[in-house]
Design a protein around this ligand. Structure first.
Ligand SMILES: NC(=O)c1ccc[n+]([C@@H]2O[C@H](COP(=O)([O-])OP(=O)(O)OC[C@H]3O[C@@H](n4cnc5c(N)ncnc54)[C@H](O)[C@@H]3O)[C@@H](O)[C@H]2O)c1
Length: 252
């Protein structure tokens, strides 16, 4: 039976863990050939095994996506091994985790890291695929933002600022690429059951959990469902939009 991503090449950044891993598996289950990029070797190997378990074809590249030379090298290898990219999921991003703090006492060096990993990686990876998507007049880019960018979040202002940047980037790129048939959208997860929120200071974690009307965190697979929809042709007339998946914490 035909699958919805048959013949497509999908790239997932930060595919070794959490939302990225769930999305990479989902793309493979739906027929895509998948490239997973991540800085963490060991979990990357686990994602590769999980994709092969569902019968998927996968290329894994260990790299630091905050390093632009490594970004260029990784995308050159993907094109060489799999061909031009049809789908890019920009998923890498994080808070300062244990080092997160209220802004008044925050360290500017930490802002540089948080904005670098949560916003600049999205620009760097998009820059690698946009010229060929534009030329081939096809492509889907899905950017993972956060509902912190909409609702704000006490103790992670640098992260909320970076993710609001992801949403602004999404809209601008969507406008530039619409005439070329390329869709660019973002997803704002709320608190999701991955290692990231569990590493936040307890007070910040408890506050985030208490704010979710459904009373529990989202599962990574719930986000992967939204990713698969926005990356599919079912979403062909949707661009520049933000899909919020957060159990009702905030509306957009
Ligand atoms: N978990 C949540 O509650 C939540 C909520 C809203 C948004 N998000 C966003 O969802 C995305 C995924 O988050 P997650 O919770 O699955 O996190 P995660 O830490 O489980 O996964 C992120 C992955 O990115 C990789 N990574 C980090 N820096 C990298 C770098 N420089 N180069 C290459 N790979 C790198 C990590 O190794 C990891 O595998 C992030 O953008 C995050 O900000 C998460």
């Amino acid at each position: 039976m035909a699958k919805r991503f048959d013949g497509k090449v999908a790239v997932v950044t930060g595919g070794a863990n959490g939302i990225g891993r769930a999305s990479a598996i989902r793309f493979a289950q739906d027929g895509a050939r998948v490239a997973v990029l991540d800085i963490e070797d060991g979990p990357l190997a686990d994602t590769v095994a999980a994709i092969r378990d569902v019968g998927g074809e996968v290329v894994a590249i260990a790299c630091d996506l905050m390093n632009r030379e490594q970004v260029e090298g990784a995308f050159a290898k993907i094109v060489q091994d799999l061909g031009p990219v049809d789908i890019l999921l920009n998923n890498v991003g994080q808070t300062a985790r244990e080092r997160a703090s209220e802004f008044w006492c925050s360290d500017p060096a930490i802002w540089d890291f948080v904005v670098g990993v949560s916003l600049m990686t999205t620009l760097s990876c998009s820059r690698q695929v946009v010229p060929s998507m534009r030329e081939r007049k096809t492509g889907k880019i899905v950017n993972i933002a956060s509902d912190s960018a909409i609702a704000g979040d006490h103790g992670i202002a640098d992260y909320a600022a970076a993710k609001a940047g992801v949403m602004g980037f999404t809209r601008s790129l969507a406008q530039e690429l619409a005439e070329f048939g390329v869709n660019v959208n973002s997803i704002c997860p709320g608190g999701t059951n991955t290692r990231g929120p569990r590493r936040l200071p307890k007070e910040t974690f408890d506050r985030a959990l208490a704010a979710i009307p459904m009373g529990h965190m989202c599962e990574p697979e719930d986000i992967a469902n939204g990713v698969a929809f926005l990356a599919s042709d079912e979403a062909r007339f949707i661009t520049g939009q933000t899909l919020v998946i957060n159990g009702g914490r905030v509306f957009y």
